[in-house]
Design a protein around this ligand. Structure first.
Ligand SMILES: [Fe+2]
Length: 902
């Protein structure tokens, strides 16, 4: 027996491992599924995936015959880079990335194994499609952001064995990177939301793209003169391994300003999205033509991140010289593990590959016994059903949303009926229901507090109708919004921590941080200079800024303060005061809260404000007191007056550690809050330049002052000084008007293990909340995806135009007009959809479910979306499924033969 292992990672994205036994793929899995971090960012070595592959085959590591890596060796890499640099001196400053490849591998002893061979990245991509396509000969197109020195490759596969490279396009011609830049330009997350751009493109009309891309006889070119000049200016940074982002600047020049995240999508944006989609489609079509002219072969294999563009794939199929296409379902870099394993098998055996990858189920599988063991540990209600498919089909018909966990896990980005969430596609409202009810928002840990209209609150104490403070990113203005939904779930896993002197955040990896990335050459940067939402995990160990302070606060102006009347005895001569001008009252209250107290002695209700004779504030305080309708006198270091009504009101503030500012005053205008703030500072504060400090022993007052500072545009953090045993703890609020942001350095973020509840709320607009943790205040994010159907292969023709078997959801088809009303929840606005066609021999249980649903409704199609939380990898184990089930609002979980009820 010959075992060959393929791995990806280290120098590419998406670490994964794949095992080939005598030319047959037996296991393939992505590391993210085990460590639960999307794309396994920060953990580039597929350790757990390798372990799974070996366990599945029941072999030891030593029994592997060879190991293939889906990225060129450091020496290969170096040679290629150098050769390229000699041809294009512009690339010379890239030397750093050459060295980094070497350095990264040195960290892992694994790479000292003598059985390891390295395969060029695009060759590995090519192999991952051709060697499992079942074609004897085929044209191969690989496209992605970048390989070692190649971004697009044309090759031909012959005799199910040899791959001959015909043409390579350099990194400067990366269609993948161009697509990513368009994604970024359109305000989406690059490397992640390309699908959204593809979706948006269906609404727009393509614009002129002559200055960006030119089709040529032998392919295409992205190098126009303008772009060269542009690049020269940015050569240094651009070539330090960052994604070729002079593209984005070029887009800005061509199509106008970038779209900011969460800004409304205009017709122009739709047109720009349509432009890149057309570029992608035309490039793919031209490359296919070039290949067909050279080889005369009508079958095509596609791999690499850009091959996941189902619209472009669908169009390619329509070309007359294209007979069949095979797209590797794991088209991102994880697929290179499969490619490298096959390159090794062919090298070792000398035989051709006769294997055809007809489904994506190559990951871990669990028996009913293992599932039961996991279920017993929970308090969930569950029942065994012999006919689980039939039971679930009925539930879906009743409008229930089901977590469907069966058989071996899928490889690649799509859930294909083994780790899926299923729902009824015939119900138009199901799209919103699944989005709102199931797909989760990102969360904060339990120690985080949020600013609400009622002051700072822990997330767990938030009510369903809470009104919370939010930031308008357009003008950095603070406002309040009623929450839409409260999110709370139990979370065991990795969290991202940002911690420095002014920020402390512990959030789930998918949490959206309102941040601005910083680059070394900021002055001449084409990178975004504005704030945007970034996933916490993407900011890990990256320099960035987060917002600490606001620009504007409106608030309300009040003319008068109404002093509550007290009950008085029948014959008392006490005249009660009703209204006091608010400005005056605020100033007085500030002095009182800092320096005052009340005392009752033998019928006298005294109010005291202490102030030494030499105090520089004496005159100011006296002036204020004299304007009040009371008579004050100065005696033994304090101002005194006697008044039962005023005493009655001020009594509520108690002693120092119990003091607070009445809630209604905190919503006053910026001008009035300033009066209060200045008076408070006269007493227990300290001010120098743009910095202030305020000291108090009252926790509540400290929080109130924090809120005032925040509304006045200060960035703040509070420290607690623990003092000698008999003395009270002192809170020190440090406020700074100098900088509205905090710079988070590379070493100020890390991953932490977490077990407990996590929380968040969602708000209708802006999605930026004011939160604090350990008294460090910062503004941070809260948080559509279209759904696709799974249909029986035999009915595909009834529903989709020119339908073909597509087990991987990689092609997009038009839904027949007469059928659109039958499956409204899975039809895109332009009438297209991206269906998975299911055959009995690939997935019997899933096939039966869809068939049973068809028997009930007459429509053998179900809505299928991935079984995971937002921005979380697909669930892998029963425990992942149970955890995901618990924290989402799925109605049922069908796991093995067990049905779990929520
Ligand atoms: Fe790649």
């Amino acid at each position: 027996m010959v075992y060959t292992l393929g791995i990806s990672g280290i120098n590419s994205e998406n670490p994964a491992a794949a095992l080939v036994k005598d030319g047959t793929l037996i296991a393939a899995v992505e590391e993210e599924r085990f460590n639960r971090i999307k794309h396994s960012k920060g953990f580039p070595f597929p350790q757990k995936s390798i372990r799974y592959c070996l366990e599945h085959a029941e072999i030891k590591f030593s029994e592997l015959d060879s190991i293939g890596v889906g990225w060129g060796s450091p020496v290969q890499h170096f040679k290629r880079e150098l050769l390229l640099a000699l041809r294009r001196p512009i690339l010379l400053p890239n030397y750093k990335s050459w060295v980094s490849v070497y350095k990264k591998e040195k960290q892992y002893p694994f790479f000292r194994d003598r059985r390891i061979s390295y395969h060029l990245h695009h060759l590995s991509h090519a192999s991952s499609a051709f060697h499992v396509s079942g074609f004897k000969k085929a044209n191969i197109i690989t496209m992605d952001g970048r390989g070692e020195t190649t971004s697009t490759m044309l090759a031909v596969g012959l005799d199910s064995r040899d791959i001959r490279v015909l043409k390579e396009f350099s990194l400067l011609n990366s269609i993948g990177a161009l697509y990513e830049s368009f994604t970024d330009y359109l305000g989406f997350t690059r490397h992640s939301h390309e699908g959204k751009v593809m979706g948006l493109a269906s609404y727009g009309e393509p614009l002129n793209y002559d200055s960006i891309m030119k089709l040529k006889n032998q392919g295409y070119s992205l190098e126009t003169l303008d772009r060269y000049l542009h690049m020269l200016r940015r050569v240094k940074r651009k070539l330090q391994g960052e994604k070729l982002d002079s593209f984005k600047a070029l887009l800005k020049k061509t199509y106008g300003p970038l779209r900011k995240k969460d800004a409304p999508i205009t017709k122009k944006h739709q047109d720009v999205a349509a432009t890149i989609q057309v570029i992608q489609e035309r490039v793919v079509a031209r490359l296919a033509e070039v290949l067909y002219d050279k080889t005369g072969i009508k079958n095509f294999c596609l791999a690499g991140g850009s091959s996941l563009n189902c619209v472009s794939n669908g169009k390619l199929l329509e070309s007359e010289f294209v007979k069949e296409i095979y797209v590797q379902p794991a088209s991102s870099d994880s697929g290179t593990a499969i490619g490298a394993a096959y390159l090794e098998w062919i090298k070792l055996s000398g035989k051709p590959s006769n294997f055809k990858m007809e489904h994506a189920y190559w990951g871990p599988e669990f028996t009913n016994e293992q599932i039961l063991e996991e279920l017993k540990k929970t308090k969930l209600k569950y029942r065994y059903y012999k006919d689980i498919s039939g039971t679930v089909a009925e539930l879906i018909n009743k409008g229930k949303i089901i977590g469907w966990f069966q058989g071996r896990m899928e490889i690649g980005p799509r859930a294909l009926g083994n780790r899926s969430i299923l729902a009824n596609p015939t119900d138009r409202k199901m799209k919103d229901k699944v989005n709102l009810q199931v797909k989760h928002r990102e969360c904060y840990d339990e120690k985080t507090e949020i600013l609400t209209q009622g002051g700072w609150k822990k997330f767990k104490d938030i009510s369903d109708n809470e009104i919370v403070a939010t930031l308008n990113p357009k003008n950095n203005k603070l406002g309040y919004q009623k929450i839409l939904k409260k999110v709370k779930y139990k979370y065991n896993g990795k969290m991202v921590r940002f911690k420095n002197k002014r920020i402390d955040l512990l959030v789930t990896p998918n949490h959206r941080i309102w941040a601005k990335k910083i680059f070394n050459h900021q002055k001449d940067s084409s990178y975004p200079r504005y704030f945007e939402f970034r996933n916490a995990i993407d900011l890990l160990r990256k320099e960035h800024l987060q917002i600490k302070a606001i620009e504007k606060w409106k608030g309300i102006e009040e003319k008068y303060f109404v002093l509550p009347k007290i009950k008085i005895e029948k014959y008392s001569h006490l005249s009660q005061i009703h209204k006091i001008p608010m400005d005056l009252w605020l100033e007085f209250l500030g002095y009182y809260l800092s320096e005052g107290c009340v005392c009752y002695d033998k019928g006298h209700h005294t109010i005291l404000i202490s102030q030494g004779k030499k105090s520089r504030h004496l005159g100011k305080i006296q002036n204020c007191l004299n304007k009040l309708p009371y008579k004050w006198h100065y005696n033994v270091k304090s101002f005194r007056t006697s008044n039962k009504q005023l005493y009655g009101y001020l009594k509520q503030f108690g002693k120092c550690e119990g003091k607070f500012i009445p809630r209604e005053l905190l919503d006053l205008s910026e001008r009035q809050l300033t009066i209060l703030f200045e008076a408070l500072m006269c007493g227990d504060g300290y001010k120098r330049g743009k910095q202030c400090k305020y000291y108090t022993t009252s926790k509540e007052l400290a929080e109130n002052v924090q809120e005032i500072c925040l509304k006045l545009g200060y960035s703040i953090y509070t420290s607690k000084e623990i003092r000698a045993p008999k003395r009270k703890n002192l809170y020190v609020i440090r406020a700074n008007k100098g900088s509205k942001t905090s710079w988070v350095r590379k070493n100020q973020s890390n991953i932490e293990d977490y077990s407990g509840y996590v929380y968040c709320v969602s708000v209708p607009k802006y999605h930026i909340l004011c939160v604090k943790r350990n008294e460090k205040v910062v503004f941070s994010g809260n948080s559509w995806r279209p759904f696709a159907p799974s249909a029986l292969l035999e009915v595909a023709d009834e529903y989709f135009e020119n339908a073909r078997h597509d087990p991987f959801m990689i092609l997009s088809f038009n839904v027949k007009k007469e059928k659109q009303k039958d499956i409204p929840a899975v039809v895109h606005v332009d009438g297209t959809t991206r269906p998975q066609t299911v055959r009995k021999k690939d997935n019997e249980r899933y096939y039966k479910l869809i068939k049973d649903f068809g028997d009930i409704t007459g429509i053998p199609v179900v809505l299928n979306t991935s079984f995971n939380d937002k921005e979380e990898p697909l669930v892998c184990s029963p425990l992942d499924a149970i955890n995901c089930f618990k924290r989402t609002n799925l109605d049922y979980l069908a796991i093995g033969n067990y049905l779990v009820e929520n």
